[in-house]
Design a protein around this ligand. Structure first.
Ligand SMILES: Cc1ncc(COP(=O)(O)O)c(C=O)c1O
Length: 375
């Protein structure tokens, strides 16, 4: 049977990973500065992670959500402690799209309203509701066109208030720092005003932290820098270091009702073992501080390369912006220097999303290669 051919593939076959590197079958070594789309948080095959999953699968890999699973509570407790956010409850699922889909559903159940506000260049996933609030018409099928969704621009609180005033908005969903869209982040004033307006008009504020959460920006959640409290926070990518885990943190004032949400695989024993190991490593290896420190290092190194016009993002969610398209640079970095990087909707932006335990010497490799590529 052939595979359903939707991905443009590189002719590279990684078979092994260790720390910040992946290796192909000929043992050719690639520096992973993209973490497989911001997924690899604690490095490939981290021993504590391998141990946690291996031990769990040898005991019990899976049972459904019809029985008690204390590993879910353990994960929730660790998440609360490390993130510092309190008075939320956790619902576990399997992916970023599913997390956001559940977030929208909870918001709609809670408010009994049905319209969602989203922003220019947003990416919230590919399933039906979330693709409707994603700013890319090419990935919306006719079936996805029937949701009530309104796209607005960041920073325009006047228009936002006009829309919220209509009274039918269940939620405002936003990425604190946009990923696929190209690392744009609105101002603290805008996020604070948005939170205030949501409260005033009875709409739910959803922070999509699928990519920017879990320590990636140096704060556990990117919204924490803006001093706001979203009603719902969606999480996924870094949570399982590659094991498919997603979740929604839901403000305790929003009450759960039996059957309101559900999933077969979400929060299973193996997923929790992966998720707990990730949080333990983030804490033990002080990876939030590492993300903050390395961003400063990257800013310093970037001054050596005059072609870099702007550095976007925070922590280890980084965009290096050039005043020309970077497709060729990415190709050369990958095929001549064996370095994975990422692209975005902004064709001039080189996206860097490495494991959170990356070291300065890895960035030295990148900047050395960039100098050669750009000469
Ligand atoms: C901010 C954001 N939200 C949601 C998603 C969708 O996540 P998934 O691909 O796990 O469904 C992504 C994926 O890139 C993302 O970056």
């Amino acid at each position: 049977m052939e595979l359903f051919d939707v991905y443009p593939l590189y002719d590279i076959t990684p078979v092994k990973g260790k720390g910040a590197y992946v290796f192909d079958k000929e043992e050719k070594k690639y520096l992973d500065l993209y973490g497989g789309h911001a997924v690899i948080s604690i490095g490939h095959s981290h021993p504590a992670y391998v141990n946690s999953i291996s031990k769990q699968v040898s005991k019990l890999g899976f049972y459904s959500n019809s029985v008690k699973n204390p590993l879910q509570q353990e994960l929730a407790d660790k998440l609360e402690k490390l993130s510092g956010v309190t008075d939320y409850s956790l619902f576990l699922c399997n992916s970023g799209a599913e997390a956001n889909e559940n977030a929208l559903k909870v918001a709609s159940f809670h408010t009994r309203k049905d319209r969602i506000i989203y922003f220019d260049k947003a990416f919230h996933g590919r399933t039906s509701g979330v693709v409707a609030v994603t700013d890319n018409e090419n990935i919306k099928a006719p079936f996805n066109q029937n949701h009530k969704a309104t796209k607005l621009a960041f920073e325009n609180t006047e228009v936002l208030e006009r829309e919220l005033k209509k009274g039918d908005v269940a939620a405002v969903i936003f990425e604190v720092i946009q990923g696929v869209g190209g690392l744009d982040e609105a101002s603290t004033e805008f996020y604070q005003k948005t939170a205030e307006l949501c409260k005033k008009y009875g709409s739910v504020l959803i922070a999509d932290e699928v990519q920017s959460g879990y320590g990636r920006t140096g704060d556990f959640f990117a919204f924490q820098k803006h001093n706001i409290r979203p009603d719902i926070i969606s999480i996924a990518k870094g949570m399982g270091n590659g094991f498919p885990v997603g979740g929604v943190l839901i403000d305790k004032s929003i009450k759960a009702k039996s059957g309101m949400l559900g999933t077969t695989f979400g929060g299973n024993h193996l997923a929790c073992a992966a998720g707990s190991a990730v949080l333990e490593v983030i804490e033990k290896e002080n990876l939030l501080a590492n993300a903050t420190e390395l961003f400063e290092y990257v800013k310093e190194k970037a001054t050596e390369i005059p072609q870099i016009k702007k550095i976007k993002g925070r922590g280890l969610m980084i965009g290096l912006e050039f005043d020309f398209e970077i497709a060729q640079i990415r190709k050369e970095l990958l095929f001549k220097h064996q370095i994975f990087t990422g692209a975005s909707a902004n064709k001039n932006l080189l996206r860097i999303l490495p494991p959170l335990n990356i070291k300065k010497e890895h960035f030295d490799e990148l900047f050395k290669a960039l100098k050669i590529v750009l000469n």
